[in-house]
Write a protein that binds this ligand. Structure first.
Ligand code: NAP
Ligand code: SF4
Length: 685
């Protein structure tokens, strides 16, 4: 009997207008920041072509402005001239040569722009942009509509298969559609039809200019998640009008950029917003694409098989693994490097003006740089000591390059600190990272030696070409009297489940781990049956209650009153620095973590001097004033120190080890730096 095909719904072809896609995966649009680098077209061509080779059914570029006022910022991508179109030609060419299809996204940022000449539907500024937009004159709006079509025409000249017209995330077209920021009295304000006119006319004129061969996708805001956002009937009316105006397919977006509800961060359950997409799909004849927090082929397959959507958009998962589709098709979903929704090297890089990459895949966005590294000089014998993030990345990459790798781990399982991260509620995606490493280790024939601490002389005698010390970190032990009191717990013992916390807890240290520990402690609720607010994978209801998302079609913007959870414990998070805790958290995820913990009653104290710990609790001083925190448990999260004694012992024996990860530098160590360092090192073997 022939084997059952893997993921039959996901991998089935799909007809979109005049085009047939080879499968139902879309690599959604992402700002890459690569446009700003030298050799940008070459880099972008390599980036997209790699994903086309990896099997993506369709891709969309980052947003291109259709006129000066539409730009993201002064240097943002723009497509307004034939010369600019011609310069882009290598990108679709490379994608087509690799068997893929690609659309160019036409984007007007409206009041989100960081340009001096900001324009919008009205002069109502966005809460996330201090600049006040100038309301466009009626004639200027018609001109802008024309600019959409002109930009699309230029995209076709460049060789793209069509365009995505960006109508979600709170950009220009949303700003016209929603009463929140449209107070116009001309033909673009007032009635629903008027507020939708600019979007509908942009699609209509684009279709008129491009003819039937071009693929036109419209990205709709299926849920605005802001006050004054559109109710479901308006969203559905817009989808129908856009369909009638000539769109071949509708893609979805969830939440404006100014929304205070996370929509893509790790704490969002997978495919959480599918209910809103399914609602639109029922009203349409053309296919509909579901986006946001879809990161495995299993989830994607289930969505399509259920009929909630015809296709799935996965943007970051294609950063994490360009060969996502090929691996799924080959029946190897376990070998997919899964996006863990951390945002650390994609969105957070973009927010700090760095080109996008990926925490789990440092090659992403740097394809040329990696390809230009020297080829391997033959099969080498490599010993990697320590199977945390750095050691695993090094061992797996070295094995993929054909080297014989031995991986030593002192513990009984691989993962190191990753095993602590995955214990934190909402960070279950770290399990996928470990699954990927397990598959990589097995596929590469890495010899894994668990419960082994190889001595330096054993390694010296081992005749290895490379010895890598990735022995990680040990928790810093602060100098506080009473630290040996039974109520004191190290964060590793707590997260590993070796020790339990009482009801009243103080957490010393408000770095990333301090916040993770607070999340862990505040997760357990006194009345879990009533409103289990923990937003783990699949627990969509709890997530919606906690953040205030309504599934009712009547709710404007899809908002509801959040229901505050009732945690079992009280937690106070402390630091010595005078500033507000949480500064080091991720730019695009930290705000959500802080908001969630605040809702759960987290107290924070800055400027602390720790005096002592005793039966009464934690004694500390703030601004010279003595205070007592009456707590049952004190959890210490005071950072780490490098565990690298092995390296010195090796050097004494004349071996020159390479030290990576926390063993190299403990300060601000995280998986991003560890994986990057381990991967890059293995590329030099
Ligand atoms: P960290 O970010 O360096 O924070 C250590 C904390 O301990 C600080 O709040 C520090 O604040 C305090 N501290 C340092 N020395 C101390 C001492 N001698 N006595 C008392 N307090 C002391 O380290 P971490 O929290 O262990 O995190 C490790 C790495 O993992 C970081 O890079 C972190 O960003 C990353 N990580 C990130 C996340 C996330 O972004 N969600 C989650 C987990 C881990 P004061 O000096 O002001 O007291
Ligand atoms: Fe996903 Fe994190 Fe990579 Fe971004 S950096 S693509 S969120 S794994």
């Amino acid at each position: 009997m022939p084997a059952r095909p893997s993921f039959p719904s996901l991998l089935a072809p799909l007809r979109l207008g005049a085009h047939t896609l080879r499968n139902r995966t879309l690599m959604g649009s992402m700002h890459t920041g690569i446009e700003r680098l030298d050799r940008s077209t070459e880099r972008l061509s390599a980036f997209y072509a790699e994903r086309a080779r990896g099997g993506a059914g369709l891709m969309v570029t980052g947003g291109f402005a259709m006129n000066e006022a539409a730009k993201l910022d002064e240097h943002g991508p723009i497509l307004v001239s034939e010369a600019e179109a011609d310069a882009l030609r290598p990108i679709p060419q490379a994608v087509h040569a690799a068997g893929g299809k690609i659309l160019l996204q036409v984007l007007h940022t409206g009041r989100y722009g960081k340009t001096p000449a900001l324009v919008g539907a009205s002069n109502i500024p966005s809460p996330i942009n201090r600049r006040v937009p100038r309301p466009l004159e009626t004639a200027e709006v018609w001109q802008t509509i024309d600019d959409y079509a002109r930009c699309a025409e230029l995209a076709m000249r460049a060789g793209f298969d069509g365009v995505e017209i960006m109508g979600s995330e709170g950009y220009f077209l949303n700003q016209f559609a929603a009463l929140r920021c449209n107070n116009r009295t001309d033909e673009f304000g007032g009635s629903v039809e008027n507020r939708h006119r600019v979007a509908v006319e942009a699609v209509r004129r684009t279709r008129e200019r491009l003819g039937p061969a071009a693929l036109i996708m419209y990205r709709i805001s299926a849920l605005d998640l802001v006050e004054g956002g559109a109710p479901a009937d308006e969203v559905i009316a817009l989808a129908r009008s856009v369909e009638a105006a000539g769109a071949d397919v509708i893609n979805t977006g969830f939440g404006w950029h100014e929304a205070r509800i996370p929509t893509i961060a790790y704490m969002v359950p997978r495919a959480a917003f599918r209910f809103a997409a399914a609602r639109i799909k029922q009203a349409l004849k053309i296919p509909l694409i579901l986006s946001n927090r879809i990161n495995t082929p299993e989830v994607a397959e289930e969505i399509i098989a259920s009929g909630d959507a015809d296709m799935v958009s996965m943007a970051r998962p294609f950063l994490a693994d360009a060969a996502f589709v090929n691996k799924a098709a080959a029946g190897r979903p376990d070998a997919i490097n899964t996006c863990i929704a951390c945002n650390q090297a994609c969105l957070d890089f973009i927010f700090t003006s760095q080109p996008t990459s990926c925490l789990v895949n440092p090659r992403a966005g740097r394809e040329l740089e990696f390809d230009e590294m020297p080829p391997s000089r033959g099969r080498r014998r490599v010993a990697v000591v320590g199977a945390g993030a750095a050691g695993l990345a090094c061992a797996v990459t070295a094995a993929q390059r054909g080297h014989a790798v031995e991986l030593f781990e002192a513990g009984g399982e691989i993962g190191g600190q990753l095993n602590l991260a995955r214990a934190v509620p909402g960070k279950e995606e770290f399990n996928e990272m470990l699954r990927y490493f397990r598959a990589g280790v097995a596929d590469g024939g890495v010899a894994v030696r668990l419960n082994r601490r190889p001595a330096a002389d054993e390694l010296a005698r081992g005749d290895y070409d490379h010895v890598v010390v990735a022995t990680g970190v040990r928790p810093r032990v602060p100098d506080i009297p009473g630290l040996d009191h039974p109520k004191v717990i190290g964060y590793a013992d707590l997260l590993a489940g070796r020790r339990k916390a009482g009801r009243r807890v103080a957490v010393i240290g408000a770095g990333g781990i301090g916040f993770d520990v607070a999340e862990y402690l505040l997760h357990e609720e006194s009345e879990p049956a009533q409103h289990n607010g923990h937003a783990a994978i699949g627990e969509v209801g709890g997530f919606f209650r906690e953040w205030g998302v309504s599934t009712s079609a009547e709710a404007p913007g899809g908002l509801a009153q959040p229901v505050a959870p009732r945690p079992l414990r009280t937690v106070t998070l402390l630091q010595r620095k005078p500033e507000k805790p949480g500064r080091t958290l991720g730019l695009s995820t930290g705000w959500a973590l802080r908001a969630r913990l605040e809702q759960r009653g987290l107290q924070t104290l800055s400027g602390c001097t720790y005096e002592r710990i005793d039966d009464a609790g934690l004694h500390l001083r703030i601004k010279g004033e003595l205070q007592l925190l009456e707590v049952d448990t004190v959890v210490v999260c005071a950072g780490q120190e490098s565990e690298n004694a092995l390296a010195a012992q090796l050097r004494d024996l004349g071996v020159a080890p390479v030290v990576i990860g926390g063993a190299d530098l403990a300060a601000e160590l995280d998986a991003l730096r560890a994986i990057d360092q381990g991967t890059r090192l293995a590329m030099t073997f």
